[in-house]
Design a protein around this ligand. Structure first.
Ligand SMILES: NC(=O)c1ccc[n+]([C@@H]2O[C@H](COP(=O)([O-])OP(=O)(O)OC[C@H]3O[C@@H](n4cnc5c(N)ncnc54)[C@H](O)[C@@H]3O)[C@@H](O)[C@H]2O)c1
Length: 460
């Protein structure tokens, strides 16, 4: 059954949802307050970098199932389901800024005609769906609507693939009419065996934060073991092999590196930590996740400064990668940029390159230079640092990279490069979660310390 869906907000989530639901056969209008974005999307320009997005956008525009508009009135009046997918950015204290969600509710309310399901897809704290309902009922007391919470779990870079093959669709509702429309929207996926879980509205809201907090904690914990390996020996990749073999832990999402980032994990973990502060002694562990992640980025910057041993104001770094992960142009809360900022603060000069994130990074980072490719970024650098796991970096001509750089140190903070090939090209390789080659002797000394101290205490 084809459902008339209107999506409010055409960011990573709203746009992905719009093209995918149209592709699944629904009649979709996507609305945004940004008129320039609407014009570009209507012309088939996907605006963001996301694998497979352009093809689906162009095909569904051509089919007539997908249109873009900045006119809320018509778009809402026609809809069986209005889905709010606007941003929920963090405020400085971690508290979620719900201004866009509340504005969207106010914008929708006067145009609701006939029974309509109002669905929040944005990540929002428990109670927000009901607040949206109150705002709509206040602005338009005659509106006939029911609430549906439908949090989104997709990952940028694989957004289309994950939307079309979700590990679960979550629908939080108490009105069976809302659930029926939600089920109809996702029927093409459930028919293919994708699981659909129904919960209360609040459970759906909390589950989204719980999922992101679990994942962020997993990465932070793994990176703390990477820190340990870098200092006392061991290789985090071997440790990951051992952890992965334990079915209670599992093999997924064990990727050591410069920490997590992006528009979701830091924001969502911060929101839960903020919530816990208001609950007294709740969330002791949760509150340590963001500081742990920030320490990781600081430590990696310090590692570069220590290994290079060049007066920081003379130090030139070739930075490869700016986005928070590969296959996206998103640099929001990027750990790559966090490491760069630490180096910059120490006085280092940064020449950076990213396959897709340059335009966004130019807006987000100041006082660094940008290069046209990886080799240009490495030119004259005391050290080259891989900060994002782009496929392009795996295929680098390492001899050419070494010839461009002035110093021999290559920091692979994503462990994407072939160790032997890097060393054959003449680099000294510093991997994430393993001691730097020049520091192996120190490591032995550190490991030996506690025992010798004990002995000298025993003698004294
Ligand atoms: N980005 C992700 O990977 C991801 C994954 C899962 C969930 N989420 C959640 O989904 C939500 C949206 O995230 P995003 O990354 O797509 O945001 P985004 O900032 O990329 O896009 C939001 C869009 O909403 C538009 N907008 C704001 N107010 C509007 C209004 N009143 N009417 C119409 N349009 C309006 C903005 O112009 C913008 O285009 C957030 O709550 C986020 O936490 C994001």
């Amino acid at each position: 059954m084809s459902v008339k869906v209107t999506i409010v907000g055409t960011g990573y989530v709203g746009l992905t949802t719009a093209v995918c639901l149209a592709d699944l056969g629904h009649d979709v209008v996507a609305v945004d307050v940004n008129a320039e974005k609407i014009a570009r999307l209507s012309a088939g320009d996907p605006v963001i970098h996301e694998t497979g997005l352009k093809r689906l956008l162009v095909a569904n525009l051509a089919s007539g199932r997908l249109t873009f508009s900045n006119q809320m009135s018509d778009a809402v009046r026609r809809a069986d389901l209005v889905m709010i997918a606007v941003g929920t950015p963090p405020q400085a204290d971690g508290h979620v800024d719900l201004t866009f969600v509340e504005e969207a509710a106010d914008d929708i309310a006067p145009h609701l005609a006939g029974f309509t399901v109002v669905c929040v897809k944005s990540t929002v704290p428990a109670g927000t769906n009901r607040r949206v309902g109150e705002l709509i009922a206040y602005a338009n007391p005659r509106a006939d609507f029911a609430l549906l919470s439908n949090p989104e779990f997709l990952r940028e870079g694989r957004a289309i693939e994950e939307f079309m093959n979700p590990e679960r669709v979550v629908l939080g509702a108490e009105d069976p009419r809302a659930l029926a429309v939600g089920r109809a929207v996702y029927e093409p996926l459930t028919k293919r065996g994708r699981p659909l879980l129904t919960t209360s509205i609040e459970s759906a809201e909390v589950a989204k934060y719980a999922a992101n907090t679990f994942l962020a904690a997993r990465l932070a914990l793994l990176n703390e073991f990477a820190d340990i390996c870098e200092q006392v020996g061991g290789d985090i990749e071997e440790v990951v092999g051992v952890l992965s073999a334990d079915s209670r832990i599992g093999p997924h999402f064990l990727e050591p590196g410069p920490g997590f980032g992006g528009s979701c994990f830091p924001k969502d973990v911060g929101a839960v930590a903020y919530l816990c502060e208001g609950l007294g002694d709740a969330g002791g562990l949760i509150r340590t996740i963001l500081p742990s992640n920030a320490r990781r980025q600081q430590r990696l910057a310090r590692r570069i400064l220590e290994v290079c041993a060049v007066e920081p104001r003379q130090l030139r770094i070739g930075a490869l990668g700016l986005t928070f992960k590969a296959d996206t142009d998103d640099v929001r809360d990027s750990p790559a940029i966090a490491v760069i900022e630490h180096l910059k603060r120490a006085g280092a000069h940064i020449l950076a390159y990213d396959p897709a994130g340059m335009a966004n990074a130019r807006q987000a980072v100041t006082a660094i230079d940008f290069a046209g490719d990886a080799y240009e970024a490495a030119a004259g650098a005391h050290a080259v640092v891989v900060l994002t796991e782009w496929q392009e970096f795996r295929a680098l001509d390492l001899a050419k990279l070494r010839a461009a750089a002035s110093g021999p140190d290559l920091f692979d903070f994503r462990n994407v490069l072939d160790r032997q090939a890097v060393e054959r090209a003449g680099f000294i390789l510093h991997r994430t979660g393993a001691a730097s080659p020049s520091r192996r002797h120190d490591r032995v000394a550190v490991a030996a310390q506690p025992r010798s101290r004990q002995r000298s205490r025993a003698r004294s």
